[in-house]
Structures are given as structure tokens and as C-alpha cells.
Design a protein around this ligand. Structure first.
Ligand code: BJ8
Length: 429
């Protein structure tokens, strides 16, 4: 996050941000980014685009959102990969991810939430209450979802903190009845977007939205597949960053930037070059999503000499797996295709959730992982509970597992480092 000559302060003030707190946040982010990302060796040249995006994450990108609003477009923010971006694009809206990955204004957040709430929820409350998130401030509509109990109940409070909130009602079982409930939730969301934007969703607009989102998913799939190479052509930190920027950037520009990195990685693989040492221990991360700037665990893992080769996470392959079919004679047909695609997301809030276990095992094999680190946020019951099942499934396949429960704080960093180093010692080839 380099300092930029453009003065965005009037824009931030216009969005109602607390400039003093926001300055403090940007300074901390910039420092963390420099330490974690810019200090890496052997990064693909194409990561410069992502450095620029992160440097402008509260600047140029917010200017684009403000300009889009001035042109009559609507900005829609969400906290979950069950919220279909295709529908937002179909009403010419702009979709932004709002999850936050740092502790901020925790005391204010705890005035609404029990202390035993996961960091992710506390963080998005803290960022909103402290008025330091220009993405939330720019939103015309915020979309929540009844997934875990923490999110479900927290939106009852969050409704009073944002101008307009729509909550998608989610089932908890992958039964035909559950799918019908989800299909109804997707249709209610489509109606909400039509009401917000004053535009009807047409078949052509929805197909175009599907194709745009498919293209960006296909680009990250290509990047993921290349990480099977040894040496890995990109660090796990940089690949995670790409997956994080997936939620913020203009989708077409993002697709182009990821494709450029893939071209470069292809050439690297051809030369036998990589971002990591050949034979470095290969780790698959699995579990809760890691939002910007939650880089603690990956930085520890790669700092210890391993390379992360995949993320079984919603900010990663669980979120981007599968494309949406774009054929259909009517809007209703295409809405059904959207439902089919999102229904496959295997979040731990579903019970039972067997496909996630299959996917973790498949990913460990496809990316030739030597071990899996299962990452849960403290107080995240769905992922903490499911971690034992993931461990058992992988151990049946002979893949060692380290289960980690942590939060956004840095107090446990040394203890985590010790556990990760001991795990790497165990799996070193
Ligand atoms: S589809 S993983 S993005 S809900 S960490 S808030 S689960 S207590 S984020 Fe998620 Fe959608 Fe599922 Fe993906 Fe609750 Fe756990 Fe906190 Fe979580």
C-alpha cells in the first residue's frame, strides 16, 4: 500500500469515513503488506498488478464504485459465496465482497456480539461501527445469509447499521426440499435486485453475467491447476491474494490479470523455475475463509520453508469450483442453472456435508500435498466440528493433518509457528 499522489480524503469524507481511524488502518495494512508480500523472492511479474490493486484498494477501486453510483449503477456487497454475483451483474450492478480479516473496534463490536463470536463476524461489525470500510459505505445494498448461527443472528443487529440489508434464507440440509428453499431464496434475491436497480433481469443480461463470472472462475482454475507443479510456480501467499482480490476487482480486468500470470507461470514451469524450492513441503490449507488482511497462518507456513499449493476454502477453491451453465431459453431456466451451480458449494454449515470431505481428499491428491493444515476460526462451530471428519478422511488416505484453531490476533503467532514447524518436520520428504 504505497502512498499515492491522489488525494482521496474528500472522497472518504464524502462516504462518511472516520478519517483518523481510517489513516491508522491504512498505515497498518500497508506495513503488513510490505512485510508479508513485498519481501517474498521470485514472485511472478504479474503480481505487480495485484500490488497495485492492493495499493489502491481504498483508493482507485473506491473511486470506481463512486463513479459507478453516480452513473446510476448500484453497488451490492456480500459476506458469502452463496450470493450469486451473476444476478448482480445482470442488473448492471457492481458486486463487492465485504468480509474483513483484521480485528478492528472489537470493543464496539462486542457491544452487539458475545465475546464468543468468531473473528470474521466481529471484524465486519468493527469495520462498520468504526466507519473505516469504504466498501460498506459505498454499498446501496448489503446481502447477508442465514448460514451459521453467528451470522444469522448478527444480521438482526447489522440491519440497523446499514441503509439496506437483504438476508438470503439458507437451508441446512442438501435435500430436494433444501434445494427448493435455496431456489426460492435466489429468486427473492433476484426480485430484490430488480427493485433496487429498477431494471428487469433479462435472459441476455443474465447470460452475460454468467459468462463474465465464469471467465474469472476459469482463470483462477487455470492458476490453481498450475500449482500442482514442483517447484510450485507461485507462492501460496500470492495465490491467496489473487483469490482475495477476486471479490473486489472489476471482473473483466481481474480475469485479464490472472490470465497474464498464468501465461507467465506456464513459461516458468517449462523452465523448471518456481516461487519455492523444488521438494519444499507442500501444504494444502482447508477450512474457514481468509479475508484481507488475514495472512497470519500462510505467512507462518511459508516462512517456515513450506509452500501452500491450494486452499480448500471459500476464498479459494470451495468458492470458485464449478462454472454456471449459460444455456437456457428463459430467465427462469438460467436462474435454475445459477441455483444448480451454487447448490454445490459445500460449506460446513450443511449437515451432513460429505462432498467437502471428498473435495479435500481430491485436492490433496491433485496438488500433490504432503500434508493438510485445517484452519478454523475460534468459535466457528461448523468448521471446528467438521475438522475431525476432515482429519479422519485424510488420514485414511495417508495424508497427515494439523488442526489449527486461531483468530485474527497475533498473540498465538509464536505458538502456531512452533506447531507448524513440528508438523513440517513430520512430513518433510
Ligand atoms: S459458504 S464458509 S463464505 S458461510 S467463520 S461467519 S461459518 S462462525 S464464513 Fe462462510 Fe458462506 Fe460458508 Fe463460505 Fe460463521 Fe464460521 Fe464465522 Fe464463517
Amino acid at each position: 500500500m504505497s502512498t499515492t499522489p491522489t488525494d482521496y480524503r474528500p472522497m472518504w469524507a464524502g462516504l462518511g469515513l472516520d478519517l483518523e481511524k481510517h489513516d491508522a488502518l491504512l498505515a497498518a495494512l500497508g506495513q503488513a503488506y510490505g512485510e508479508v508480500f513485498l519481501s517474498q523472492k521470485g514472485r511472478p511479474e504479474g503480481m505487480k498488478y495485484f500490488d497495485f490493486v492492493m495499493g489502491e484498494v481504498h483508493g482507485l477501486r473506491i473511486r470506481e464504485l463512486v463513479d459507478a453510483k453516480a452513473a446510476g449503477r448500484k453497488v451490492v456487497g456480500s459476506y458469502c459465496v452463496f450470493v450469486p454475483e451473476e444476478l448482480i451483474l445482470a442488473v448492471d450492478g457492481v458486486s463487492v465482497g465485504l468480509c474483513a480479516g483484521a480485528d478492528f473496534a472489537t470493543a464496539e463490536a462486542e457491544a452487539y456480539l458475545p465475546r464468543s463470536t468468531c473473528s470474521l463476524i466481529k471484524s465486519f461489525f468493527g469495520f462498520t461501527l468504526a466507519r473505516v470500510c469504504p466498501y460498506v459505505a459505498a454499498c446501496d445494498l448489503v446481502v447477508g445469509e442465514n448460514t451459521c448461527d453467528g451470522k444469522k443472528k448478527s444480521y438482526e443487529h447489522f440491519r440497523g447499521l446499514v441503509p439496506r440489508l437483504h438476508v438470503m434464507d439458507m437451508p441446512s440440509m442438501k435435500s430436494p426440499e433444501g434445494k427448493a428453499l435455496f431456489a426460492a431464496a435466489v429468486r427473492r434475491f433476484a426480485t430484490e435486485l430488480e427493485d433496487l436497480s429498477g431494471r428487469r433481469i433479462t435472459r441476455d443480461a443474465l447470460r452475460k453475467g454468467i459468462e463474465t463470472v465464469n471467465a474469472k472462475r476459469a482463470a483462477v482454475h487455470r492458476l490453481s491447476r498450475m500449482r500442482a507443479a514442483d517447484p510450485a510456480p507461485i507462492s501460496g501467499l500470492d495465490a491467496l491474494l489473487v483469490n482475495q482480490v477476486f471479490f473486489y476487482d472489476d471482473p473483466v480486468r481481474f480475469t485479464g490479470a490472472v490470465s497474464a500470470i498464468c501465461d507467465e507461470m506456464e513459461a516458468r514451469i517449462g523452465r523448471g523455475a518456481g516461487a519455492a524450492r523444488k521438494g519444499a513441503p507442500r501444504i494444502l490449507l482447508s477450512g474457514c475463509p481468509m479475508a484481507v488482511p488475514n495472512w497470519k497462518l500462510p505467512a507462518i507456513v511459508e516462512g517456515a520453508g513450506a509452500v501452500i499449493v491450494g486452499e480448500e476454502s471459500c476464498i479459494g477453491e470451495r468458492g470458485t469450483r464449478n462454472l454456471t451453465e449459460s444455456h437456457g431459453a428463459t430467465v427462469e431456466d438460467l436462474l435454475d442453472r445459477v441455483v444448480d451451480r451454487y447448490w454445490q458449494v459445500d460449506c460446513a454449515v450443511f449437515t451432513p456435508n460429505p462432498t467437502r470431505l471428498e473435495h479435500v481428499r481430491e485436492m490433496a491428491a491433485a496438488y500433490r500435498a504432503d500434508g493438510v493444515i485445517h484452519y478454523s476460526l475460534q468459535f466457528c462451530t461448523p468448521y471446528q466440528m467438521e475438522s475431525l471428519l476432515v482429519e479422519r478422511e485424510l488420514e485414511k488416505a495417508g495424508v497427515p493433518v494439523l488442526r489449527v484453531d486461531t483468530d485474527y490476533g497475533s498473540e498465538d503467532a509464536e505458538q502456531l509457528r512452533t506447531r507448524v514447524e513440528a508438523f513440517l518436520e513430520r512430513i518433510r520428504r
